[in-house]
Design a protein around this ligand. Structure first.
Ligand SMILES: NC(=O)c1ccc[n+]([C@@H]2O[C@H](COP(=O)([O-])OP(=O)(O)OC[C@H]3O[C@@H](n4cnc5c(N)ncnc54)[C@H](OP(=O)(O)O)[C@@H]3O)[C@@H](O)[C@H]2O)c1
Length: 376
């Protein structure tokens, strides 16, 4: 392959967990991939190190820089690995500019699913999932007639509290100790509450166009099977892969061609046994909150996402308890009058309303904890 055939990649969120793994993938395939741009939030030191080490021409900090890089004329693929709804504007911009959007930033689709779809239709952009579950489902669904599919199922590791009965005194350190994946702090907390799986259900709805009744979740502690497609003829396809995000990143950056890699398939004989169980919705109320917001549609998913982001941040800064995260999110959802959010501006307006409401709810939880003598 000549240099001109290389796929030119921009990474938004290059200093984070997914961003750094994507850089490894690109470095391992100099003939197929070329890194031409990187953006981060605030970490100027790490960004500059990447720019110097890799000789990247285009770079910048903050959401405006991410939007600018997402539309670089030279870019073929934009990997959005920004955390949170902060990544939405860049997703919309990339799709509108006709790019292939390798999407790790699930919050883009949760908050702005319709806005992203409209932008893709306007600009001829394409979304390719990076989340391992959605990459697995895309693989199982490839070449299949949608009418033959009964249900798609996302697997969940169950997080660090799958077997812990009492979640009253969970600390940020407890919740950040994920059993199978090493990830950034926000998604790690979302994995502990299982909100991550709820967000992924909404993401799957937008990516694959199934109704919520056709999207299921199974807890699978080994994290070997990432997605399951159940067909109407009673057969199922399961996708298995090692717990290594470089696999779906590589697939997304190479899409539609698969890249050759020296990786080995998961050794099922070494794993020995695979377990699957239903989600305990009582202990993990975030799952039902996400399904509810998804089913009600309109601006509810954007509210769910923004309130959850605020609550996770408040938990990490020890302002509220672990169990307050879904309480805050639910209270913001309950006070919301939905609007249509087919355009970016409307999503951003709802997002900012929900953050203000969440801040109030967080204050109330903090005050309640202080009155009860339990503030930390
Ligand atoms: N980690 C995983 O294994 C995994 C798996 C599946 C999906 N995802 C999804 O991928 C996304 C990233 O996750 P992560 O674990 O990689 O998060 P992370 O380690 O916290 O990294 C987040 C990245 O986003 C950048 N960022 C934050 N705000 C920004 C802004 N306003 N403009 C530009 N860049 C900004 C950060 O820059 P600074 O360093 O400067 O703050 C950092 O580079 C999330 O949506 C997550 O749900 C992650």
């Amino acid at each position: 392959m000549s240099n001109t055939d290389r796929r030119r990649v921009v990474i938004l969120g290059s200093t984070g967990s997914i961003g750094r793994q994507a850089i490894e993938v690109i470095k391992a395939d100099p003939d197929g991939l070329e890194l031409i741009g990187v953006a981060a939030g605030r970490d100027s030191t790490s960004l500059q190190e990447q720019v110097d080490a890799l000789g990247v021409r285009h770079h910048g900090l903050g959401s405006d820089a991410a939007v600018h890089l997402a539309t670089l004329e030279q870019a073929d693929v934009v990997l959005n690995a920004v955390v949170g709804a902060a990544g939405l504007r860049a997703s919309v911009a990339a799709l509108e500019a006709g790019k292939t959007l390798a999407l790790a930033n699930k919050e883009s689709l949760v908050a702005g699913g319709e806005a992203c779809r409209a932008a893709a239709a306007r600009g001829n952009g394409l979304i390719v999932p990076v989340d391992s579950e959605h990459a697995a489902l895309a693989q199982c669904l490839s070449g299949r007639d949608k009418k033959t599919v009964g249900r798609i199922v996302l697997t969940a590791s169950g997080g660090p509290f799958r077997t812990r009965a009492d979640l009253d005194d969970v600390t940020p350190e407890d919740a950040l100790a994920h059993p199978t994946w090493s990830m950034g702090p926000k998604i790690t907390i979302d994995s502990a509450t299982l909100m991550n799986k709820g967000l992924e259900v909404i993401e799957a709805h937008h990516l694959f166009h199934f109704e919520y009744d056709q999207i299921g979740i199974l807890v699978h502690p080994q994290s070997v099977v990432h997605g399951i497609v159940e067909f109407v003829d009673s057969s199922s396809l399961l996708q298995a892969a090692p717990t290594d995000m470089r696999i779906p990143i590589r697939a997304a950056l190479g899409s539609p061609q698969a890249f050759v890699s020296s990786g080995k398939p998961v050794s099922l004989s070494s794993v020995g046994h695979l377990e699957f169980e239903e989600v305990d919705q009582e202990r993990f109320p975030s799952v039902a909150l996400a399904y509810g917001a998804g089913r009600r549609g309109k601006s509810f998913p954007a509210v769910l996402n923004a309130a959850n982001e605020q609550a996770v941040e408040a938990f990490l800064s020890r302002s509220i308890r672990f169990k307050d995260i879904p309480v805050v999110t639910e209270s913001v959802l309950a006070s919301h009058d939905p609007i249509e959010v087919t355009e970016l501006d409307a999503v951003l307006q709802v997002d900012s309303w929900a953050r203000q409401k969440a801040a109030q709810a967080i204050e109330q939880r903090r005050d309640a904890a202080t009155v009860g003598g339990a503030a930390r």
